[in-house]
Design a protein around this ligand. Structure first.
Ligand SMILES: [Zn+2]
Length: 131
């Protein structure tokens, strides 16, 4: 069980944004999840180094996955505590583009450019918020 202080720290570190798609939590209808990067079913711990803030969509699509199959190869997914987001992904307007194999695999696996998700990010940009 993740304690309240750990949840608070994860939210603070994440700047109240999804650590995968960067959506601000206060612009979401659904509270974000403090998720286990390595799922409990894969012996992931409740340590801070294994926790990340994720929107409901990213958390749903990621599930317990740590990797994806891309072009016949296994590619690690983005790990918010071990990777820098900017080294793996970038924004192109409201779309998220993977700039590494890990970034590209994560964008696909987490379905980050589903039309509704892009539309939400577009609204965020039109409201003058940054992503
Ligand atoms: Zn997200």
């Amino acid at each position: 069980m993740v304690d309240i202080e750990s949840r608070r720290l994860v939210r603070q570190w994440a700047g109240n944004r999804c650590e995968y798609c960067r959506l601000p939590e206060d612009l979401s209808d659904v509270p974000f999840h403090v998720e286990h990067i390595v799922a409990r079913q894969h012996q992931g711990s409740d340590e801070l180094s294994n926790l990340a803030l994720a929107c409901d969509r990213c958390n749903l699509y990621k599930g317990p996955n740590l990797a994806s199959r891309e072009g016949g190869q296994t590619v690690d997914l983005f790990h918010p505590r071990q990777h820098a987001w900017e080294e793996h992904s970038k924004f192109s307007s409201a779309k998220i583009i993977g700039v590494s194999s890990t970034g590209a695999a994560t964008v696909r696996r987490l379905n980050m450019n589903a039309p509704r998700r892009v539309a939400i990010r577009q609204m965020v940009l039109e409201c003058g918020e940054s992503l």
